[in-house]
Design a protein around this ligand. Structure first.
Ligand SMILES: C[S@@+](CC[C@H](N)C(=O)[O-])C[C@H]1O[C@@H](n2cnc3c(N)ncnc32)[C@H](O)[C@@H]1O
Length: 278
């Protein structure tokens, strides 16, 4: 995006495009066009210390695709709440869901007004897709939102999608409580999908140390970024049944052949899984 483009400056007049922003940086890493110079400069800076970061974003999008495909086709889920949905670029959750079931209902939720405005414009005609401005740290507001209540039948299984969003929630904002509130709001047969940045285990001390350094260096302009221990990420699934293969590197989740990348930082720093409420 060009900040001087009249369409862009009109639509985003109230937003500060001189600072990088999570959704647009992620878009830039995916090779998208919905980003500004400040976002691209931020990515260039990240690349200097973490050249594999964009591959992490792509791997996450591939994981999202396999998960949503699994939930629609194999689990038969017909309605989704997509938390921290990001810019509605190619391959987002509603696009994938509709590819396999055009009648699936998807509510995207993001706390970024840029994402909301952009999504609203793009999704204007889709009766089966909605976007609301909402913050995963305040589940009650999302769960009682009139748009959510009109789109989602809470008596039927729901797919709760938390792709690459919980690592943006600080410890003090209790991501575990937020996810637990969402888990409690949906009936048996519902599914919970999570991908989140993971701290490499103590068996990889060097990578663990480098990751912790990276966390300090890159948390500033984008707000918080937390690489968490496996046990903490696993705890977010509560007592739900983890679907095989469990909580694993994103490239190993239900791929015909596990993608063992030669890049240890990618292999060990991003985990995901899916669980079912009994
Ligand atoms: C890295 S993007 C992930 C986009 C998409 N879920 C995916 O995996 O392709 C993270 C998104 O989470 C949003 N986000 C961050 N913190 C949030 C919060 N507390 N509540 C709602 N959305 C949040 C950001 O605005 C951004 O759009």
């Amino acid at each position: 995006m060009d900040a001087d483009d009249p369409l862009v400056s009109g639509r985003y007049a109230n937003f500060d495009v001189s600072k990088p922003n999570v959704a647009r940086v992620y878009d830039a890493m995916l090779g998208g066009k919905d980003n500004f110079a400040a976002d691209r400069e931020f990515v260039a800076d990240v690349l200097r210390s973490a050249p594999m970061a964009p591959l992490g974003a792509v791997t996450n999008r591939h994981f999202l695709r396999r998960v949503v495909q699994y939930l629609v086709i194999e689990a038969g889920v017909t309605q989704f709440i997509d938390l921290g949905s990001g810019l509605p670029t190619q391959g987002n959750a509603s696009e994938v869901a509709h590819q396999f079931n055009p009648h699936a209902r998807v509510v995207h939720v993001d706390n970024d007004p840029v994402v909301y405005t952009h999504s609203k414009a793009l999704l204007a005609d889709a009766a089966t897709t909605e976007i609301i401005l909402g913050d995963v740290r305040r589940p009650a507001e999302i769960l009682t939102d009139p748009v959510v209540r009109s789109m989602i039948d809470f008596a039927q299984p729901v797919g709760l999608l938390f792709f690459a969003v919980l690592h943006h929630v600080e410890d003090g904002d209790h991501p575990e409580r937020a996810v637990a509130e969402f888990r409690a709001a949906v009936p048996g047969g519902s599914y919970l999908a999570i991908s989140s940045l993971r701290l490499p285990g103590p068996d990889l001390p060097e990578l663990r140390a480098v990751t912790l350094e990276g966390e300090k260096a890159h948390s500033g302009p984008l707000g918080s970024m937390r690489w968490r221990e496996d046990e903490e990420i696993r705890s977010w699934f509560g007592d739900w049944e983890l679907i095989a293969p469990g909580l694993v590197p994103l490239g190993s989740w239900r791929t015909p052949v596990p993608v063992n990348t030669p890049y240890p930082e990618l292999q060990h720093s991003f985990s995901g899984g899916v669980a079912r409420k009994r």
